[in-house]
Ligand binder design. Structure first.
Ligand code: NAD
Ligand code: DAU
Length: 356
């Protein structure tokens, strides 16, 4: 079949990437969606079970740092759009192993940029109709005071963790390729996502699972840090909108206008899990355990998502109460998905399949 567009999604077996792949495969049957993923600990093809047999979907096992492999893939699939999500994404891991973050997030992004530039500039159409969409984070902007302002697209970069420093660096490379070589790039910076298929090292899935199992809930510091939470399907929708309608060289902030202090969010998680499991009110409150704070812990993130609303008409669709209820239900109903991760079974399966 002749496809109208040929899109490469990197990191499509991860949390946000799998939601984006699902959206694109279902919404655009006339597009070819190619998912390039290295299947690190965070990549899980079980996240894509419902679309893996779709005729307009291809999975490609590979590393974004492998220039030859990426160059070959672009040509083989006639890729005209890239939505780049592959990354090391967990702040705590970046504190332990910053080099892994520089490799994937910085060098991997640079490798993709080089490959896209080389392939597209070799075509008669050049950059016409092409797009490199880089998916980034609000953490590049640093930390806000409690009750203070918001991150806008003009906020100065001020990353504090090795993770956010690596994402900031990758953002700079993307813009440099736009400015220097005219590569048609666009960047989005999003706040904290929540929803199904999130790896259970991140706050929400980790705590839901621990509450279910009666395990301690390790609250960093005093639990007073604030995050702005967005339902992952709303983020995927925003990526679709920016990829198709965003302007070259522009940045769009994406957020939920939905700030929560960690400790307040944890109380919501406890009461929701307890209610859904039929436990008495307050049953799991005793699991809250204050532990040593994360090093360099940013106090508050909050996105001003006015630009994407005014210019592209996107806004969050889901109220937080409904999003959290759906999310808690999903993790409770999909215990097998979590168990495959905690036992390591999902990785043993791929290790055999791809000889890792
Ligand atoms: P994730 O950790 O769940 O998934 C990352 C995916 O990238 C995995 O499938 C992994 O296998 C793959 N990957 C890692 N290294 C790779 C490599 N070298 N080559 C190919 N694939 C590789 O991440 P996520 O939470 O879904 O985040 C996706 C993107 O969105 C990241 O770029 C992250 O910085 C950004 N982001 C995340 C959030 C959030 O709240 N999770 C918010 C804003 C932005
Ligand atoms: O803001 C966007 C970012 O959100 C993304 O770029 C990152 O990829 C994503 O991991 C997320 O980063 P955070 O560090 O904010 O998310 P995390 O779920 O790790 O932590 C959320 C808050 O909860 C943070 O203030 C730290 C705290 N926390 C986290 C864990 C895992 C705890 O108190 N205890 C925990 O065990």
């Amino acid at each position: 079949m002749d496809y109208k567009r040929h899109i490469l999604v990197t990191g499509g077996a991860g949390f946000i990437g799998s939601h984006l792949v699902r959206l694109l495969v279902n919404k655009y049957p006339d597009y070819l969606i190619v998912n390039l993923d290295k299947l690190t600990y965070a990549g899980n093809l079980a996240n894509l079970k419902d679309v893996e047999a779709a005729t307009n979907y291809r999975f490609e096992f590979g590393d974004i740092c492998d220039l030859e492999r990426v160059a070959h893939l672009l040509e083989e699939h006639c890729i005209d759009g890239i939505i780049h999500l592959a990354a090391e994404s967990h702040v705590d891991r970046s504190i332990k192993d910053p080099l892994a973050f520089a490799r994937t997030n910085v060098m991997g992004t640079l490798t993709l940029l080089q490959a896209a530039k080389a392939y597209w500039s070799s075509l008669p159409s050049g950059y016409e109709g092409k797009r490199f969409h880089h998916v980034s984070t609000d953490e590049v902007y640093g930390s806000l005071e409690l009750g203070g302002g918001f991150f806008t697209e003009a906020t100065r970069y001020d990353p504090h963790s090795p993770y956010s420093a690596s994402k900031a660096s990758s953002d700079h490379f993307v813009r440099a390729f736009g400015d220097t070589y005219g590569l048609p790039v666009v960047v989005t910076n999003c706040s904290n996502n929540y929803g199904s298929y999130q790896f259970p090292e991140k706050l929400i899935p980790l705590f839901i699972n621990n509450i279910r199992q009666g395990k301690p809930l390790p609250v960093y510091g005093r639990g007073e840090n604030v995050r702005d939470w967005l339902y992952v399907e709303d983020h995927a929708r925003a990526l679709d909108v920016v990829f198709h309608q965003g302007a070259n060289l522009q940045t769009y902030n994406i957020g939920g206008f939905n700030e929560w202090r960690n400790i307040d969010l944890i109380h919501v998680l406890i009461s929701t899990v307890d209610r859904l499991l039929g436990n008495p009110e307050g049953h799991s409150l005793g699991l809250i355990t204050y532990v040593t704070d994360r090093a360099g812990h940013d106090l508050r993130y909050a996105i001003d998502a006015t630009k994407i609303k005014d210019e592209l008409g996107w806004e969050p669709s889901l109220q937080f109460e409904e999003g959290i209820e759906r999310t808690v239900r999903w993790y409770l109903d999909n215990q097998e998905w979590i168990d495959q991760i905690t036992t390591g079974d999902y990785q043993r399966y791929y290790a055999e399949m791809y000889q890792l």
